[in-house]
Design a protein around this ligand. Structure first.
Ligand code: GLU
Length: 402
């Protein structure tokens, strides 16, 4: 069978593949410690679930307008007004199936064949592949472990060419956890404005920042380039709602209208019941968000300590999101495990721990570990990883070629 040419440029989502592999083992009865998929282990808050029950009991089960019900778009606007002091109308919002569809709609509405779209690496795989699905070319500006994967404006601005259509910034970043400073964001915005380039922010982890750093990216961008800014975010991480599939894009009315056309021909509105639940999440009490953040901070510190207890594992302590991104080149060897891809495969096979290999983020030599799981499972996972490393050592697979 001959598939469309675009399919040869993209691959299966590596993050979702790890989740599927772990699930397959679990169904076969294996006790898998799943540190692969990035999704909160917390239950969706009770008041959010109750809103969904009410929607179902009230037969709120029909189509809604494609961009989402007015009340939900207003709830997004009110949330951002309260959190960031910015104002926009419901016509500047579209409700999507997660931030993923918000980003996908943006790619479809804005990018053409021949366009270049700059983003920073290591990057979440769907960002690059969505750009390719739109026919455009991703241009990756690497960030570096040595300086905490800091996202800097200068190399991004240097990568701009006459073909650059947009810059995508993901902060806090999946997989590195890096948080861009407002100053660097402003510098990117100034350069983009001068050249008429779009800035798209993947803001999925906006509520998961552990240090007291200013991160009002939407205000920075609205103040400088409101007519060329798109913000993509979701209820998934902040409110432990991954499976409900609720995200949104915020942007100028005309681009949101174009995204609405894309969505109207693909998925239509997101699930009607989810929309009612999301209204409750956005307008209800926000203290659960802070409680989860505090718990994630404990887990980050604990897992970071456990892993870096082995000096061969080098790991930045990230400021945001819920991932660690350890560098494990010292655990690779021609006599043993050759790549981080093989390392992740062997971890799953030998000790039933699922992690996502760095290759999935265009960063071989690393793996991504999600700490959005209970402290007990994290401890178990880290112990298994260390036991695995000890086995490599005792069988001479670590040092032989060094
Ligand atoms: N964003 C999560 C992750 O990176 C979920 C998987 C996905 O949608 O790619 O693990």
């Amino acid at each position: 069978m001959t598939f469309a040419g675009r399919m040869s440029k993209v691959t299966v989502s590596p993050t979702l593949k790890v989740a599927a592999d772990a699930e397959r083992l679990r169904r076969a009865g294996v006790d898998v410690v799943d540190l692969g998929a990035g999704e909160p282990d917390f239950a969706t808050p009770a008041h959010v679930k109750q809103a969904a029950h009410r929607a179902l009991d009230g037969n709120f089960t029909k189509y809604t307008p494609t961009p989402g019900v007015m009340e939900l778009r207003e709830a997004v606007a009110q949330r951002y007004q309260a959190d960031y002091g910015v104002s926009f109308t419901p016509e500047e919002v579209i409700i999507t199936a997660g931030a993923k569809q918000a980003l996908y709609n943006s790619a479809m509405a804005l990018f053409d064949a021949g366009d270049e779209v700059i983003t920073h690496g290591p990057f979440w795989p769907s960002i690059g592949d969505q750009v390719k699905l739109a026919g455009a070319a991703p241009v990756i500006v690497q960030t570096h472990m040595e300086d905490g994967f800091t996202i800097k404006a200068a190399p991004i601005v240097e990568a701009i060419t006459p073909r650059t259509k947009a810059i995508i910034v993901n902060s806090p970043c999946n997989p590195t956890g890096a948080v861009i400073s407002e100053t660097e964001m402003a510098a990117i915005a100034d350069a983009a404005t001068a050249r008429g380039i779009w800035v798209i922010v993947d803001f999925t982890y906006e509520k998961l920042i552990y240090e007291p750093v200013a991160h009002n990216l939407i205000k920075v961008l609205f103040d400088r380039m409101r007519d060329k800014t798109v913000i993509c975010s979701a209820a998934s991480k902040a409110y432990a709602m991954t499976g409900w599939r609720c995200g949104w894009a915020i942007g100028p009315k005309d681009v949101i209208a174009q995204m609405n056309v894309v969505q109207g021909h693909s998925t239509s509105n997101i699930n009607s019941i989810t929309q009612k639940a999301a209204i409750a999440a956005l307008t209800g009490p926000q203290d659960g968000v802070t409680a989860m953040l505090n718990e994630y901070r404990h887990r980050r510190d604990a897992v970071h300590g456990w892993l870096t207890g082995d000096s061969r594992i080098v790991c930045v302590k990230p400021s945001g999101a819920f991932y660690l991104f350890p560098y494990i080149a010292d655990l690779l060897s021609p006599a043993g495990i050759l790549s981080s891809g093989e390392f992740a495969e062997a971890l799953l096979k030998e000790v039933a721990v699922a992690v996502t290999p760095g290759e999935g983020f265009d960063a071989p030599g690393y793996f991504r570990l999600s700490y959005a799981t209970s402290m007990e499972r994290l401890k178990e996972g880290c112990e298994r990883i260390k036991a695995f490393v000890r086995t490599l050592e005792s069988t001479g697979k670590l040092t032989a070629a060094r």
